[in-house]
Design a protein around this ligand. Structure first.
Ligand code: DON
Length: 301
């Protein structure tokens, strides 16, 4: 792939989509409602450590569900694949991110990308939030902060996630304290990143677990591969099938408007644009990924 056209292409892509006014900024976490609908940042990180960026690529926002695959990587590291899979399923649920359905019989959440699975996954990481923050910092290659207002906002309003955690407690699948698990999950969702960070984080997965900017081996090659697989099948919830058909890349969305995507052995993509579709995915983010995939021939299939 020729490298020079990338900055121009990102600028042109941004220009062509910045006028899209579809979608709504998330309201159900009150702090997220302050986002400007016009914010739009794009970044692309290649495995030789170059990061190309356009627009609001350095504007901080909260990770929200984009945290899920990276925390899953940490749980796999701490507990091993077999234990994690025995606790959290691997099947696409075809349901919304906040669905309450658990696997009949076992009470396992369907996969680690929906809220139920993410809350359980978070409880499997050793040493609590400091380890989660340090792990995500290693993926991003820099020190990250927590947006305390976004965290408090979700602590105050996140009763649906509490309900999901208590359902998992009664089903026997969540063994840790429900409130503590939910708060740890809210805190991971409130970690602040930029589109540039998201590109580097996915590039780390694409690069067999080695951060291409810092050179640090963050997780093993196997773990990176497992995480990318789950992103491909479950990362977009009830849009996962259509996403894979249209974009053809493992990816993860979040309700603050972030999307991270990876082309294994090639690159990582970071997108930020707050207006969301009805499934909680960035409208411009989807369009930009479709266009990037088509222009660069990134589709895996
Ligand atoms: O748990 C929640 O509802 C939020 N903290 C995160 C949800 C999210 O980002 C869904 N993804 N599109």
């Amino acid at each position: 792939m020729a490298l020079n056209p990338i900055p121009d292409l990102l600028d042109a892509l941004r220009e062509s989509l910045v006028g899209v006014t579809d979608g709504q900024v998330a309201q159900y976490i009150p702090e997220l409602a302050h986002a400007e609908p016009g914010w739009f940042g794009l970044a692309l990180a290649t495995l030789d450590g170059h990061v190309y960026a356009s627009g609001d690529a350095d504007r901080p926002f909260t990770l929200q569900s984009v945290s899920k695959p990276f925390v899953y990587a940490l749980a796999l590291t701490d507990r091993g694949l077999d234990e994690v899979v025995s606790r959290v399923g691997l099947e696409p649920s075809g349901e919304a991110f906040n669905a309450t359905r658990l696997e009949p019989g076992t009470g396992r959440p369907p996969n680690p990308m929906v809220n139920a699975g993410a809350i359980l996954t978070t409880s499997l990481v050793d040493d609590g939030f400091p380890r989660i923050l340090a792990g995500l910092e290693a993926f991003a290659g820099r020190v990250l902060g927590v947006d305390e207002r976004a965290y408090e906002s979700e602590v105050e309003t996140g009763d649906r996630n509490r309900a999901i955690a208590y359902l998992m407690r009664t089903a026997g699948s969540l063994r840790a304290d429900a409130e503590q698990s939910v708060r740890r999950y809210f805190r991971q969702c409130a970690i602040q990143v930029t589109a540039r960070d998201l590109a580097v984080m996915s590039a780390t997965l694409a690069n067999g677990g080695v951060n291409p900017v810092t050179g640090v081996q963050v997780v093993t090659r196997d773990t990176a591969s497992h995480v990318l697989t789950v992103m491909a099948t479950c990362g977009m919830y009830d849009f996962a099938g259509e996403w894979l058909l249209r974009v053809g890349l493992p990816a993860k969305s979040g309700v603050s408007g972030g999307i991270t995507g990876a082309l294994p052995a090639q690159l990582g993509i970071g997108l930020f644009s707050p207006p969301l579709d009805e499934r909680g995915t960035s409208v411009r983010g989807i369009a930009a990924c479709e266009e990037l995939s088509a222009r660069f021939g990134l589709h895996l299939m």
